[in-house]
Every structure is written in structure tokens, then in C-alpha cells.
Design a protein. Structure first.
Lengths: 539, 111
């Protein structure tokens, strides 16, 4: 479907619904107000067994990629997929794997799906075989043995499927878990703030999902959704629909993963209309050097943000909401590349050229939406303060000279690409030398949409943002247009339409022989349809 | 894709029509009338999307409605009595029965 006809349709829908005195979908304010009173499901937290239960990664011998029934909506069993581990008599689903730098992880993936799969260890520096991508996927009833050492900083990594063409479907249907690496800096912070995992140190996995009329998970994509990425009808946290949790008046740590296929969020904590300060303390690659005070920040698909919220700053007992604030989702794929202006047809039609991609029933991208209600309960006095120093972050390995340029765009026929390349597992159009330091310039076209670009094999630092849209500039600091999360190590960076992001990479690693990795858009529908490139690290 | 879009458009129009019963002038007394000649009844299963206590209506993503030749879609329906909404929650799976008088739909039972 061409974009002008989608807009015509949306305009027709709005008009038709208006005639009937009722919009087919409520406006955002109505939806938010309506939903705010309906957060009645207790947030799922990692327990001793079941979903997200924590276990030392080195104690896990096998992860079985399983199809099972699971209550995503309360009381309704839905077909679901999970990584299942049986450890010490406990059955764990998508376990939270714990590790320390230097740990050896040796486990077997057993594929009990009816299609190929492979586990990717997102953010870890592994050799290509243990990185886990489609080139190593195994078919139904196949096994794959992983053996690697945790070489990276303490951070919130994660693991998810990475087969060719169907990663989006598999992740959507349930396959995703956290891998939390801890070190002395982490422990010092936990002691300083008296943080307890699962109680005051809480993972929050944000994912949008849709359900069919029987309340079962549904993943159906139109051609348009394949192009734009999946947007669901509900936004779940820890697979809990419209969740709440009861909190004390103290500091909480939230390890936030945007596990959505395609959706970005503009995260804030709000009490009524007042936004609360919170503190960014870590990114994809671990703790920042210092806590950074924020009121809002964006998180793209696959990114992690580690934050502290001090509920002593909340007034009274009115609930606090973690929410996504309204933003321009910048679905600008049809604007004129040279001028950045909408095409004449759209302008004449009067439709908003930046209109969010809106599948029927889906929450439109950029809509203000509450995600989690935090009820404040009475509690003993808490007197801890956030330490001013958290950790040491490796300096960017910036180099002089021209960067390697990578342009993000589409061909006008519904195919996203990078430098015009679309994924071919037999090709590596980018070749770098092991040990080389390079600067890459990720340039997103104006006629584009936001792309969360994930690089396998090596973490990186953002050293400059150019031509950022106003809503990003407004959050940037004084130096090089950098956002607060750019102050940490990343494995995924969100690049907005028209924006150029300069990143510094150090291709040093201990693996002998040539190693082939990928970089790609982590909008999983983009990844599945070819917005991915293989690159080789030559020994 | 086109089919989905048209179904949604029809659903939105239907929702408007259904809601018109509860608008001023729509008269609640309509609901108290005896079933008109030719009135159809149907039943279905669905997932509640929204509840509008003020308007006495519920939006349901439903499967095909038996007896009414209506395919699966998301639609807003008025209920016979607002009290029927008391124990309903968004994302709850429900079974419901409804009446259709040739112009408007009305949920008569929901659980």
C-alpha cells in the first residue's frame, strides 16, 4: 500500500468515525486517562522459579527453546515460546542469567521449535560462532553448544533469537532474557543504596504486544507493518499487562530493556502532571562514571537504560507512573530527501505527513502512554544517597581522518538498506582489520524513520551527533550534541531521520582468524527484511 | 491489507451507529421496547478493549458473531443496563449475546 492511500484511509476513518459521534480509537489523552485507572495487575518480578528467575549462568547447562502455553493475560493461556532451563530442581523461563567478568559460560541450546533458531548474546564480545547469528542457526530438534568467557564490563546484556528472516516473530512470541554481569562497582553501588535484586533493584522489560479476540498473542504483519515495524495494541512490562507495583519511599534501581520489536519510548516518571527527576546510571555497556540527572530520555528497540528513581521526591501518596511521553515518531519515509518536506500528494490531502504508522487497533508510535503504576506505601525512613562516582568508562578510541560512512535509507519500493546493501549471508561488504580503530558515521536519510543500529562483536562510544531533530537536540548536552546515554558504552544507537551519529570503534579482540559479524537495524522487522550487513574482522 | 482497512472502517461506522443509541435523542427507552419483528440475536466471544461507563458501552475485539453474519472485528456496543459493566475489565475475555433490530446493536448478556 502506498503512503498516500494509507493517509487517505486514516483521514477517511477519522471522518467516518466523527460522523458517527465516536472515534474508532480514543484520542491519546482519553486513552491515557482511561488506562491510568486500570493498572491492576501486579508486576511480574524475578522469583525463585518461573519467568525471569535469576540463576548463575555458569550453572546453566542447557537452554531449551520451547513452545508452551503461558498466561500472558491473566487467566488466559496463550501459545508462547520461552528459553527453558532446569537448574537444581527449578524450572526457569527466560531466566535472568547472572555472571561476573571472567566467568566461563558453557551451555547447550536445544531447539524444540518447528523452525530454525539460534541465540544471540546481545552486547557481548564473542567470537563469531558464540555471537550467535543466522549463519549458525540450527533446525528443529538441533543442538548448538556455546562456550565463551564473559570479557565485557558489568552491564545489563540480553539474549534473544537471531535466525534469518524470523527473529521478529520468535522474539515477539516470547524468546528474550536478561544476562546481568556484576562486578565490584556494581556491588559497591548496591551496598551504598541497600539494593536488593527483585525488590528494589528491578528489571523492567518493555514490550508491545497484540492479542486476538481469544486473548492469545497475535503477530500478524501487513506489508506496511513489515516496512514500518510491528506496533502492538498494549505495552507490557515484564510480560505484565497494565502493571503496578507497591514501592517504599526510597531509591529504586530499574534496569530497563526495550525488548519491543520496533517501538521507541520517551521515558519519564510522572506524578500527576509533574515529571520527577531520575538518574541515568548506566547504558548498554554498563555503569556511567557519574549519575546523570534527567526528566526524560528516549530508548530505542534493544537498548538498555539503568536508572535510579528516588521516591522520597514524590509528594504525598499519589501513584507515580513510568510513562512514555508523546513525541514525533518521525515516520518520514515519504518526505523529499533534498528538502525534507512532505510530498505534494500528502500536502494536498491535508494529512499529517509525519503521521505515525497506525495499524488498526495499535497504539500509534509516539502516543503518550502510561507503562507502569508505582504505588507509594508507607515505609521505614531511608537515608541513603546516590554516590557521586559510579565507575570508570573506557575512553572513546577516536581516530583522525575520514570516517567510514554508512547511510540508512530505503529504495522507494519498501526495502530498507544500509549503503544500498541488503543482507546476504555470503557477503561482507565491510572489512576491518583486527585491532584497528575506526570512526563510523551513521547517516540516516531525511526520507526515513528512526533506526536503532546494533553492531555485533564490539561495543562503541558515540562521539558526535549532527543534524539531530529538535526533540533530540532539546535533550542533548553542550558537547557535540551528545545525549546523556551517549556518555556510556553502547551496542545499539538510535539514529533519527536526517541525523548523523559518529561512533568510535576499537576492533581489538582476542580471537584468532577472521571473524564475521553483523550490524543491522534492531527494528526486528527491518532486520528480518534485510536491513543488515555482514562485516569481517580480518586477523 | 485492504480488507483489514475496510473492516476497520466499517467497524468505526458501526461503532458510531451503535453509540448513537446512547446519545441525547437516542433515548434509553429504545432498549425497553419489545423486540421488533425481524430482530436478530447473536452471540460471540471477545476481548474487552475499553469500557465507557458514562455511555454504557463496551468496545470488544470479537470473533465471528454467530447469528448475525458478522466477521471478527473490533467494535463498540451499548449494553442493555450499565450495571452489566460493573465487573468487566479491559483485556478480559468475555462471552456475550446481543440483539440487532436492523439498525442498532445492543448487548443483552455479557460474562
Amino acid at each position: 500500500m502506498k503512503h498516500w492511500s494509507r493517509r487517505k484511509f486514516l483521514a477517511a476513518l477519522a471522518g467516518a468515525a466523527g460522523l458517527g459521534g465516536l472515534s474508532g480509537r480514543p484520542n491519546a489523552a482519553f486513552a491515557a486517562a482511561n488506562a491510568a485507572g486500570q493498572f491492576t495487575h501486579r508486576l511480574r518480578l524475578p522469583g525463585a522459579s518461573g519467568l525471569y528467575a535469576a540463576v548463575m549462568a555458569k550453572d546453566v547447562r542447557q537452554l531449551t527453546v520451547s513452545e508452551l502455553d503461558f498466561e500472558v493475560l491473566p487467566g488466559i493461556l496463550s501459545p508462547f515460546r520461552a528459553y527453558v532451563a532446569d537448574v537444581g530442581g527449578r524450572r526457569l523461563l527466560n531466566p535472568t542469567l547472572l555472571a561476573r567478568p571472567g566467568d566461563q559460560i558453557r551451555l547447550r541450546m536445544v531447539n524444540r521449535l518447528k523452525q530454525p533458531t539460534i541465540i544471540h548474546w546481545h552486547g557481548l564480545t564473542n567470537d563469531e560462532r558464540n555471537d550467535g547469528v543466522g549463519n549458525y542457526q540450527v533446525g528443529p530438534d538441533g543442538n548448538f553448544d556455546y562456550a565463551f568467557t564473559v570479557r565485557d564490563r558489568a552491564a545489563n546484556y540480553w539474549y534473544h533469537p537471531h535466525p534469518h528472516d524470523i527473529a521478529g516473530e520468535q522474539a515477539y512470541k516470547g524468546l528474550a532474557g536478561l544476562l546481568i554481569v556484576k562486578d565490584e562497582d556494581e556491588e559497591r553501588l548496591s551496598r551504598a543504596l541497600d539494593l536488593v535484586p527483585g525488590v528494589t533493584d528491578i528489571p523492567l522489560v518493555i514490550q508491545d504486544r497484540s492479542f486476538n479476540f481469544e486473548g492469545k498473542l497475535e503477530y500478524k504483519l501487513s506489508r506496511e507493518q513489515m516496512f514500518m515495524g510491528f506496533l502492538g495494541e498494549e505495552i507490557l512490562v515484564n510480560l505484565t499487562v497494565r502493571p503496578y507495583f507497591d514501592a517504599a519511599r526510597r531509591i529504586y534501581r530499574f534496569r530497563i530493556l526495550n525488548g519491543s520489536n520496533a517501538r521507541s519510548y520517551r521515558l519519564a516518571f510522572a506524578q500527576g502532571n509533574r515529571l520527577l527527576d531520575y538518574y541515568l546510571i548506566g547504558t548498554d555497556g554498563g555503569l556511567l562514571e557519574q549519575p546523570h540527572k534527567l526528566r526524560e530520555t528516549f530508548i530505542g528497540a534493544a537498548q538498555r537504560l539503568d536508572v535510579l528513581l528516588d521516591l522520597r521526591a514524590a509528594s504525598g501518596n499519589e501513584p507515580v507512573f513510568l510513562k512514555s511521553l508523546a513525541f514525533d515518531p518521525m515516520h518520514n519515509e515519504s518526505v523529499d530527501e533534498k528538502t525534507g518536506k512532505p510530498p505534494a500528494a500528502a500536502a494536498q490531502g491535508g494529512a499529517d505527513p509525519h503521521a505515525a504508522h497506525a495499524a488498526p487497533g495499535a497504539i500509534a508510535d509516539g502516543t503518550e502512554t502510561p507503562l507502569l503504576r508505582i504505588n507509594i506505601k508507607s515505609s521505614p525512613e531511608y537515608k541513603r544517597e546516590i554516590p557521586p562516582q559510579l565507575s570508570r568508562v573506557p575512553r572513546p578510541a577516536a581516530v583522525a581522518g575520514e570516517p567510514r560512512r554508512l547511510r540508512l535509507g530505503h529504495d522507494g519500493k519498501g526495502n530498507w538498506n544500509i549503503n544500498g546493501w541488503r543482507f546476504n549471508m555470503h557477503e561482507t561488504p565491510v572489512v576491518v582489520r583486527r585491532g584497528a580503530r575506526e570512526t563510523w558515521l551513521l547517516q540516516n536519510n531525511r526520507a526515513s524513520m528512526p533506526h536503532p543500529i546494533h553492531i555485533h562483536g564490539f561495543q562503541f562510544r558515540v562521539i558526535e551527533r549532527q543534524n539531530s531533530p529538535a526533540q533530540i537536540k532539546a535533550l542533548a548536552g553542550r558537547q557535540n550534541g551528545l545525549l546523556p546515554q551517549d556518555l556510556g558504552l553502547l551496542d545499539t544507537v538510535l539514529v533519527w531521520p536526517g541525523e548523523s551519529v559518529r561512533i568510535a570503534l576499537d576492533f581489538s579482540h582476542p580471537f584468532s582468524g577472521d571473524q564475521t559479524y553483523m550490524f543491522h537495524c534492531h527494528n526486528l522487522e527491518h532486520e528480518d527484511t534485510g536491513m543488515m550487513v555482514g562485516y569481517k574482522v580480518k586477523a | 491489507m485492504k480488507n483489514i482497512l475496510w473492516i476497520t472502517l466499517i467497524a468505526a461506522l458501526g461503532a458510531g451507529t451503535a453509540f448513537a443509541q446512547n446519545q441525547p435523542g437516542g433515548k434509553q427507552s429504545l432498549y425497553a421496547q419489545a423486540p421488533a419483528a425481524g430482530q436478530k440475536t447473536g452471540k460471540g466471544t471477545g476481548l474487552i478493549q475499553r469500557i465507557d461507563q458514562d455511555k454504557g458501552a463496551v468496545t470488544i475485539k470479537h470473533g465471528p458473531l454467530q447469528g448475525l453474519d458478522m466477521p471478527a472485528m473490533t467494535m463498540s456496543f451499548p449494553v442493555k443496563d450499565k450495571a452489566m459493566l460493573a465487573n468487566l475489565q479491559p483485556l478480559q475475555k468475555v462471552e456475550f449475546e446481543l440483539a440487532y433490530d436492523g439498525r442498532n446493536y445492543l448487548i443483552t448478556k455479557i460474562k
